[in-house]
Design a protein around this ligand. Structure first.
Ligand SMILES: Cc1cc2nc3c(=O)[nH]c(=O)nc-3n(C[C@H](O)[C@H](O)[C@H](O)COP(=O)(O)OP(=O)(O)OC[C@H]3O[C@@H](n4cnc5c(N)ncnc54)[C@H](O)[C@@H]3O)c2cc1C
Length: 479
């Protein structure tokens, strides 16, 4: 192990902090003999992804066929017939896109493990606007088609639709809720509001979907008088709701009760950074790997209603988990004041920033700021024969959380650790400097976690240094 590299200064030692990991209550004998056997999450299963992709394509085909099949040639030639027909097809496609959008964020474990939550959320964000565009097209086309058919004015027809057709009024309210979620998700709008506000608006999409469902089966031409089509559509929507309830409510609830997590200890891990050790039951059976994160809900009066993502900063040790949190806003700051014994509920574990993402044997782990936390946990799970090089970035050595543990673990593996400190101008992270620090970088997998800009810089530098894209893995601390 090389001594931490500290931008041309003699290597100052990180401040000595009381040790919080492994928890003193863990008997050293159990650590040495490895008696505590953890259950790691199942490996990636591309088969699941292929099967679900095929099922999605099939469902799209059925929905489209139902929309098209609801037309007759004579209806198409009637006044407003084409607009109404297009309105029905766009309605079916919109409904289908919304079901897929919901399923992409339903945290289905095999999908999460195969693709990772950040990728699923990217797809969720790509498909969701199409559901809304199609919804708007559906509303406009149906209104135009019906107005032409009835030969009335558009306002009179809107009134007619709202007050006399079953479920249209509630569907309109539902659509407004869905559109509100869409508008508040645009980057500019979202960056101006608190995460919690955005989340609350998003929660109303479930109500919006429920309100719009009734009119689909009650008045939708593909369904009226077609019991098989109604059964398919209803099972699709009820199935999606069940999946959401099972994986976003039931499973977290069951795991939280089963593992009965409580805060065991809160201690300083650096300036504005806190290490929170949690104790619980049967943690060896929690299928988690170093590098994963969970959505944490601390059951204290002012915190219980919000869940925030934090990565594990160590692999579970006999009855204990640890997260390390940097104070950034209300929630993260409140965690420093948690009293021992506070109950904790959680969702997850999630994420594919884990040892089994590797494509090659040896790795370079790069972390900056509080982004060193999943890197630290990853170190626990890498196979013994993996050679590791770790680059940690902080302004000063004391800004790097758990530097002492990195030193110990990297030393044990006979790896190399570089703590890159100093102002930005003096610490370059381009391809030549990466190459100087890690001459065999092109043959390693690179794991990066840190602030957005840092991650982008390191990923680009690694690519320039010859690391194939498939060998670069990064965890983003913002959805
Ligand atoms: C996968 C992942 C892993 C993370 N791991 C860690 C970690 O190990 N240690 C750590 O200190 N931080 C971690 N974070 C960041 C941490 O979640 C945020 O710093 C924290 O939620 C901020 O909340 P706040 O109320 O203190 O601050 P706010 O001022 O409310 O938010 C600060 C920033 O965090 C974002 N944010 C707030 N709440 C959430 C939320 N529920 N979900 C996603 N983003 C949110 C906001 O968009 C904003 O950009 C992680 C984030 C993600 C997405």
């Amino acid at each position: 192990m090389t001594a931490p590299h500290l931008s041309q200064q003699p290597p100052p030692k990180p401040p000595v902090r009381p040790r919080d990991w492994p928890p003193p209550s863990v008997p050293p004998s159990s650590r040495r003999t490895g008696r505590v056997r953890r259950r790691l999450p199942a490996r990636r299963r591309p088969l699941v992804v292929d099967a679900l992709a095929a099922a999605t394509g099939l469902g799209l085909g059925i929905s489209l066929a139902l929309g098209i099949g609801a037309q007759t040639v004579s209806a198409l030639h009637a006044p407003g017939g084409v607009a109404t027909a297009l309105g029905r097809v766009t309605g079916m496609l919109s409904g289908y896109a919304m079901v897929i959008t919901v399923l992409l964020s339903a945290r289905i474990p095999p999908l999460e493990r195969a693709l990772g939550q950040d990728r699923l959320i990217v797809w969720h964000r790509r498909i969701a606007p199409w559901g809304l565009y199609l919804l708007l097209a559906h509303a406009v086309l149906i209104t135009v088609g019906y107005t032409r058919a009835a030969k009335t004015g558009i306002l009179a027809e809107i009134g007619q639709l709202l007050w006399t057709y079953s479920g249209i009024l509630s569907a309109t309210v539902g659509s407004a809720l869905l559109l509100a979620a869409g508008v508040t998700s645009y980057r500019r709008a979202r960056s101006r509001m608190k995460y919690e506000t955005w989340w609350a608006v998003h929660l109303y999409t479930y109500l919006g979907l429920g309100l719009s469902f009734v009119h689909q089966v009650d008045t939708g031409a593909p369904f009226v008088g077609h019991s098989l089509a109604t059964a398919w559509w209803t099972s699709l929507w009820v199935g999606a709701l069940t999946v959401v309830l099972v994986f976003r409510v039931g499973l977290p609830l069951w795991r939280s009760v089963r593992h009965d997590l409580r805060v065991a200890k809160v201690s300083s891990a650096g300036p504005d950074t806190w290490s929170i050790v949690l104790s619980g039951r049967h943690l060896e059976r929690l299928p988690t790997a170093g590098g994963q994160f969970m959505m944490w809900r601390f059951l204290r009066r002012e915190l219980w209603w919000q869940a925030h993502p934090y990565s594990l900063s160590a692999a579970p040790e006999a009855g204990h988990l640890r997260i390390t949190v940097k104070e950034l806003g209300d929630h993260s700051t409140a965690l420093s004041r948690l009293a021992p014994g506070t109950r904790v509920a959680f969702e997850g574990p999630y994420g594919v920033f884990t040892a089994d993402a590797r494509q090659s044997r040896n790795v370079l782990l790069v972390g900056a700021g509080v982004g060193t936390t999943p890197i630290r946990a990853l170190l626990d799970d890498l196979p013994r024969d993996t050679h590791v090089v770790v680059l940690l970035r902080g302004r000063r050595s004391e800004d790097i959380a758990h530097l002492d543990e990195f030193e110990r673990l990297v030393g044990k593996r006979r790896g190399r650790l570089h703590a890159l400190t100093g102002p930005r101008e003096t610490v370059r992270l381009d391809a030549p400097s990466l190459h100087t620090l890690v001459p065999d970088i092109a043959g390693r997998d690179v794991f990066v976690c840190g602030p957005d800009e840092f991650t982008r810089t390191v990923v680009a530098a690694a690519r320039d240094a010859g690391v194939p894209a498939r060998h670069i893995h990064h965890e983003d601390f913002a959805f």
